[in-house]
Write a protein that binds this ligand. Structure first.
Ligand SMILES: [Zn+2]
Length: 452
């Protein structure tokens, strides 16, 4: 028992292989060598897989009710949690504040302000389990003694129920921090005013197409210590937020070196991160992007958990103080956004039209699951890059009508902004089909290999 409970110093080199993704050349990751990962990382990584990860949250489009069914019991009074209802969403769903810990340093964490950005909510359930089920771990003892953690999880439950960004009133809560017309924004604002936390964590997901800086590498996680004024000055509170971001980078670097970016810090007077920063709270934004082969963001969920533990431990111990701010500042910014799918070099075969060799770009409503595809562009797109490319040379692109399309729609089926319905076929009539896109990609049908 004792052996399991002592988080001892281990190398991070033994981290589980499924988390490793294509890394950058050594020289680009080199800056991180200045900042070793925390001593407990390797052991916590293994413990996470065995005894922290909460089951039944594998589909990231869960309902808010399901999240509370799973996470609520983990945050019981017997385990040191206190839960209160602090309001209701526009549609009357409860907004709940969960608190844990007895320490002086107050930390407020809120998740899923955008209803379809659920990665951190899954990680918060894991954090509840970690804090409640492992009370004897030194790191949990440190957190209990030195911090009070205040959570407002799944804070846009109506949006979460629809798996959409905005709340039930159609309001983007993260543009409502100033006017506070939505009940969800009001609840977060009032909670922050009442608790007066020293630190705030603003937990989001971002588009999977973002690249890290000028590179071709996707951003797995982007960080931001938001500005509190247009001049983007750094006062003591923002400096602490930057240091905590550096502590987070040290945790993430062994897993996703080269895939960590930072957000542009232009001051936005309507956004929560910026206004929380303006209120004097050391605020850190964590944006989960994408990792190849992780459509349900379960790897990113784990990285969120580890990043949050790293940040909270740095706050509890005060070890963030004096961390080199350059390790935040030299992170590449989120750069260009790659579209989802590029079909390259096929021959468009529309009945009654001349055949034409074209490329086709497709964007998906749900990019990671490749569902809800719409045509983004048609033509010579040979200099475009996309998250996935299919070589259609030697094949015909044969469009077909989406089910239920009106006569008017049918005439405009193959055009930008229209649903993506076409086959890649060996013949222009679309009989010898190699691959089909019917709005959704069928994951059971692999993309065509070399076809010439
Ligand atoms: Zn967001």
């Amino acid at each position: 028992m004792r052996r399991t409970l002592a988080l001892c110093l281990l190398s991070a080199a033994s981290l589980v292989p499924w988390l490793s993704i294509a890394g950058p050349p050594a020289d680009e990751a080199g800056a991180a060598a200045a900042m070793p990962p925390p001593a407990w990382l390797s052991e916590l990584d293994a413990l996470y897989d065995a005894r922290i990860r909460v089951p039944d949250l594998e589909d990231r489009a869960f309902s808010p009710e399901h999240w509370w069914d799973v996470a609520g019991p983990l945050a019981s009074e017997a385990r040191g949690f206190r839960t209160e209802q602090i309001g209701r969403s526009a549609e009357g769903r409860p907004l709940r504040h969960v608190a844990w810990g007895q320490g002086r340093k107050r930390v407020l964490l809120w998740s899923q302000m955008h209803g379809d950005e659920s990665t951190a909510s899954m990680a918060l359930a894991d954090l509840f389990r970690f804090l409640g089920e492992h009370p004897d771990l030194p790191i949990v003892q440190r957190l209990r003694q030195d911090t009070t953690l205040d959570f407002l999880p799944v804070m846009n439950p109506d949006g979460a129920a629809r798996f959409q960004r905005r709340n039930a009133q159609g309001i983007d809560i993260n543009r409502d921090a100033r006017t506070l017309v939505s009940p969800e924004a009001r609840a977060l604002h009032d909670l922050r005013e009442r608790l007066k936390p020293a630190f705030g964590f603003n937990l989001h997901d971002q588009q999977p197409g973002y690249r890290a800086g000028d590179s071709d590498r996707g951003t797995a996680i982007a960080l931001l210590a938001p500005a509190y004024n247009e001049a983007r000055e750094v006062n003591a509170a923002r400096a602490s937020a930057i240091e905590v971001a550096v502590a987070i980078r040290a945790v993430l670097e062994p897993y996703i070196a080269g895939h960590i970016a930072k957000w542009d810090d232009t001051f936005n007077p309507r956004a929560f991160g910026d206004l929380t920063s303006k209120a004097g709270v050391s605020t850190v934004l964590i944006e989960s992007g994408a990792i190849d082969g992780d459509p349900q963001k379960q790897r990113l969920r784990k990285l969120n958990f580890l990043a949050l533990v790293g940040a909270l431990d740095a706050i509890a111990t005060g070890s963030h103080a004096g961390l080199p701010r350059a390790l935040y500042e030299d992170l590449p910014e989120n750069g260009k956004v790659w579209p989802d799918l590029l079909i390259k070099g096929g021959t468009l075969a529309l009945p009654g039209q001349p055949q034409a060799k074209v490329d086709v770009l497709v964007d998906f409503e749900q990019p990671l699951l490749e569902r809800g595809g719409a045509i983004a562009d048609i033509g010579d797109l040979s200099d475009r890059r996309a998250r996935r490319t299919i070589d259609a040379s030697g094949l015909y692109i044969v469009p077909f009508d989406p089910p239920g399309a009106s006569a008017d729609r049918k005439r405009k089926t193959f055009a930008p902004d229209r649903p993506a319905y076409f086959r890649l076929s060996r013949d222009p009539q679309g009989r010898d089909v190699v691959w089909t896109l019917a709005g959704d990609v069928d994951p059971a049908k692999p993309e065509p290999a070399t076809t010439r």
